[in-house]
Design a protein around this ligand. Structure first.
Ligand code: DQA
Length: 156
């Protein structure tokens, strides 16, 4: 049987990680984060689908496509976090556990970043912990989707 899939969705400008405002977003590239997510998920028995787009509709399509197919999703919607009702609706329609991630602490930044339009559809939000937030989100999804087996793995 193939491993359950966690979809990791990244929004606009996250393809620029590494060179984009490293004092805020860190020195790691998105490829570095993908590699870390894949290794972490594999250790917990999950496969990762890792995607990035600068186009809102791509993100909507990927979230819709996860319904009835993926175990859960991690989303860093970038600036669409603060604007997109379409992403909120897609997440609600997908009916999957979702964890919202931000590399930076959005609550310590510009006031317009304090509001997340997608938070309502997320089981939780991790922000301000850099790329480690993605791994914590995968941990959370493993617990949410496989509470018994991850407990056994932890206790072993
Ligand atoms: C971000 C925070 C957003 O406000 C910003 O527009 C981004 C990245 C983060 O990961 O900290 O593009 O989602």
């Amino acid at each position: 049987m193939s491993a359950p899939i966690i979809l990791v969705v990244n929004g606009p400008n996250l393809n620029m990680l590494g060179s984009r405002q490293p004092e805020i977003y860190g020195a790691e590239t998105l490829a570095d984060i993908e590699t870390a997510c894949r290794a972490h998920a594999a250790a917990l028995g999950f496969d990762i689908e890792f995607r990035q787009s600068n186009h809102e509709g791509d993100l909507v399509d990927w979230i819709q496509g996860a319904r009835n197919r993926c175990a859960g999703l991690v989303i860093n919607a970038g600036a669409y976090t603060h604007t997109s009702i379409a992403l909120l609706d897609a997440l609600l329609a997908a009916e999957l556990p979702a964890v919202e991630v931000h590399l930076s602490n959005i609550h310590g930044r510009d006031p317009f970043r304090h509001t997340s339009f997608i938070a309502k559809a997320a089981r939780g939000m991790i922000c301000g912990l850099g790329s480690h937030g993605y791994l914590l989100a995968i941990d959370a999804l493993a617990r949410i989707t496989q509470p018994h087996s991850t407990k056994k793995a932890r206790d072993a």
